[in-house]
Design a protein around this ligand. Structure first.
Ligand code: SF4
Length: 244
């Protein structure tokens, strides 16, 4: 693969992926920083596990860039949390914005696209801005956990994707929280007094854009997203296609 053979000739992705399975979060992040530096960045929507990653990175002095996808349709509580987190961690969180404002999109598509075609809405407001940022990176660090839903049950701690066939660019995706449980995440957040979204205390388990997030119970942590549609993922974790 172009990625492992050229830019990082000593890296064997499969072997490293196996090592990560028994490595703790601190060692995983340290190795990633020593290998990739700021070519690795943390993407977060401020759900619990992303906050744990940022906290560890700050504690260890690992200066990964941190970004979020700012759809323009986030809850006010989520917007306010961003400011609190920037203060708490002493960082700036980069907001990735869609090409169109919500109003421009509404005018072009003749109404609320999330009600008529949420896949297109997610592509425009989430996937495209994210792809643009990922094209500049070698490693995307995420807070995905296997326990979040059936679609995430096979998440690897280290995965490699073909990102841009024409330019032979691959992308590593590091999911260092894959084997953490929801309880472990929240115990850590509470123990370290990390600011979190107050909507969790009102019963929301997974929080995205306000039009597509509802209260829901049950086993699936992501139930409550895109109620009334078959959709379970916004596309930011599925557009990459197969793991190579
Ligand atoms: S989550 Fe809903 S509002 Fe947000 S981008 Fe996707 S469809 Fe649009």
């Amino acid at each position: 693969m172009a990625f492992s053979l050229s830019k990082y000739p000593d890296l064997n992705v499969r072997e490293q992926a196996e090592r990560f399975e028994s490595m703790g979060l601190e060692d995983t992040l340290r190795w990633t920083w020593e290998t990739f530096g700021r070519q690795a960045a943390i993407g977060t929507s401020y759900q619990g596990s992303g906050l744990v990653i940022i906290h560890h990175a700050r504690k260890l002095g690992l200066d990964f860039p941190v970004f979020t996808v700012d759809t323009g349709l986030l809850f006010p509580e989520t917007e306010a949390l961003r400011i609190r987190l920037e203060e708490f961690f002493g960082i700036q969180i980069e907001g990735l914005k869609p090409a169109q404002t919500v109003h421009e999109q509404w005018a072009d598509y003749g109404g609320n696209l999330w009600e008529t075609n949420p896949d297109t809405c997610c592509t425009l407001r989430k996937v495209l801005p994210l792809q643009q940022r990922l094209s500049q990176l070698d490693v995307w660090i995420t807070g995905l956990r296997r326990g979040q839903s059936e679609t995430r049950a096979k998440t690897g701690i280290l995965e490699m994707y073909e990102f841009d066939k024409l330019r032979e660019k691959n992308l590593l995706k590091l999911n260092p929280m894959a084997n953490w449980s929801r309880e472990q995440v929240w115990d850590y957040i509470k123990a370290n007094a990390i600011p979190y979204n107050p909507l969790h205390d009102r019963g929301y388990r997974s929080i995205g854009c306000w039009p597509c997030t509802k209260l829901a119970g049950g086993e699936n942590e992501r139930a409550g997203r895109w109620e009334g549609f078959e959709k379970t993922e916004c596309g930011i974790h599925t557009f990459l296609g197969s793991n190579i």
